[in-house]
Design a protein around this ligand. Sequence first.
Ligand code: GAL
Length: 895
Amino acid sequence: MSFTSMADSTRISSLQWRILPQIFALLVIFPIVSGSFFEPFNVSYDHRALIVAGKRRMFVSAGIHYPRATPEMWPDLITKSKDGGADVIQTYVFWNGHEPVKGQYNFEGRYDLVKFVKLVGSSGLYLHLRIGPYVCAEWNFGGFPVWLRDVPGIEFRTDNEPFKKEMQKFVTKIVDLMREAKLFCWQGGPIIMLQIENEYGDVEKSYGQKGKDYVKWAASMALGLGAGVPWVMCKQTDAPENIIDACNGYYCDGFKPNSKTKPVLWTEDWDGWYTKWGGSLPHRPAEDLAFAVARFYQRGGSFQNYYMYFGGTNFGRTSGGPFYITSYDYDAPLDEYGLRSEPKWGHLKDLHAAIKLCETALVAADAPQYRKLGSNQEAHIYRGNGETGGKLCAAFLANIDEHKSAYVKFNGQSYTLPPWSVSILPDCRHVAFNTAKVGAQTSVKTVDSARSPLGSFSILHNDVRKDNVSYISKSWMALKEPIGIWGENNFTFQGLLEHLNVTKDQSDYLWHRTRISVSEDDISFWKTNGANPTVSIDSMRDVLRVFVNKQLSGSIVGHWVKAEQPVRFVQGNNDLLLLTQTVGLQNYGAFLEKDGAGFRGKAKLTGFKNGDVDLSKSSWTYQVGLKGEAEKIYTVEHNEKAEWSTLETESSPSIFMWYKTYFDTPGGTDPVVLDLESMGKGQAWVNGHHIGRYWNIISQKDGCDRTCDYRGAYNSDKCTTNCGKPTQTRYHVPRSWLKPSSNLLVLFEETGGNPFKISVKTVTAAILCGQVSESHYPPLRKWSTPDFKNGTMSINSVAPEVHLRCEEGHVISSIEFASYGTPRGSCEKFSTGKCHASKSLSIVSEACQGRNSCFIEVSNTAFRSDPCSGTLKTLAVMARCSPSQDTRHLGFKTA
Ligand code: GAL
């Protein structure tokens, strides 16, 4: 450790001075990024729960996949998970990220697994490491490296020696890496649990006896590694005795593991869903999610993981398929950028606090007592003795009726249960939380045109925003990508080759060229018949573009669909070019190694006078990828070597173009996105970082219900939005990939777009709303106050509160609405009702303005009068968040 000398410290710039407090805060939160984080402890389990350091525990876990964020984002994501009530972070391990080339490992940058695990440990959270190494996860090829297909004799995920050898090698590598870094709990590290395989039960039947043998082998191989913590297999009803089989799904409250000795674990609670290009955006209501979680703990569950707590972004070409989009937002409690999605995040935080209040009772009981309260209502009661001998009791009251509220009696008290809800009673008497009553704030995110970079800061108000879209650049350079074979590293082969066998997934693109000679007879035959010859391929995926003599005849998009593309030839020799493209490799299902890409079945040219031409027998010249890709013209290092020319503003969109420009980073700390709605389909890089595939494909027109009812079982079609609009227009550019000015943006555009209309924007939670009535339950933190614990305060006498909290680095700049009384409407549309406390606005402003967070009691006392006695009153507030003085000039997060 060395200290900065005085001479050095005088060189600290004013910018650095301003960020020093933040650096200091980080050092306090994450004191140690190496060494041990906990007193070493062991983890085991019984039928009721995981047993951590000798104690049963109830765990809430937050799913975060490290490569779907940057290392600079990790601390904030982990802090927000902890703040939201998580005890555990869960992640998969991404084999194809770690071993991109057989035997060559990568544990750097977004793949710095050790760093990620250490950050989890230093925040005081535990880690569930799901090694797989098959992970599914909407990740390219389900996490398998594409070279794995080339191992002779290999069959994935079955009793196959070559596969087992590679799988064992990788799993061993990861376990050893964790052990060497002392990251297992018995070494003082955060890892309390592992996973081998992933949902193998879904495909096991396809493999017959070999599948069953594989499960046994995988289990004993994993256990044989001596990792010293429990292993999980999810969706694996035949998991061997010493492996815990866990549940995945939208609901897991009926789940029973395959042995009485195992606890009930929920490895994937799908709190939203993923999206395909051309699909609408799924949303899972917070009330239903909270209901599912509460029901799980109510009925004996002990570990629940949100899949995802933070979904993030499929940077580069990591998204799986078929056709998964670049965003992996997942409608998770933390959005794609790491901002809280409210009310989901806050409602779950309250739920977790309520569950925590029950933890001692939940673990003290071996099983709940059951009481039927009505036809669709039931109670589960957990009783036991506390460590100091006191009597513990916690109860969950559920109303599973999808339509009606229920009025039930429990232990002599009356309770009202909204439809499809659970009330949690940490003392078997008072309601701490009800899953259908949301007291948490709602936030409205806005996407602003870039503020001026460093220094000159201005807020763009709604009204100006429309006229003031600032496009990223007025000057663009362009470069045409050659159509067809472009370089020497091509080869010729008699017959059609399978796409992945050729590309090895080094690129999405594979060119095939053959020569078609056309006679005068053919031409006149087509003229007389009024018909065109057609390229006909039995089956193809994901995109096929057909060119004749370098002119695009047409494109076909689909997943193993028949392709029929009419073409026009000239007399004599014609170049027939087929470009096959992948948009994310298959990540789910049996026999992934056989799935491949490109073409399957017969390929012919039909409509010739002398019969069909069998294209699978033709001589084809192949070239992998694009010239621009090979020359790495998207990198800071190499882009200038290419022969770019200035793009004229009036030039019309053209296919197969590279574009580049430079742009400045918007000031502040808000997440940065590129709006690529003006473009067609392609890929984009910022300062050489591949930000992902983009595609301006429109979502299906139908299926987005106008209202979303939380009641009743959720499925991914239930509460979708964005129908009829492009599936994704904004692409995340992590701030750590940006410098203050002159950032290089390079795009490869396949179908034609207008780069002049690309803009850089920032995303911010600009509007917060809170709406809580007098009858809402008291703040959960009050349950832990000494007054309540020692009985001097009755929880009934505690007033509910409205809590507002801007994102870090932001403060409440104005209260735009406040009414204590009978306000009407919902967020952004509030209006005062008949009853309104006249001081509402000034009281709320006084409490909140200028602060990052605030709370206001919902009571006559707080509003210094009763505006309408005898009437149930509500406090509704709408606030605006703006960057605080300290951060608005900063271009960068300081982590
Ligand atoms: C599960 C799988 C996850 C993910 C999820 C859907 O079946 O285990 O990896 O793919 O579905 O998001």
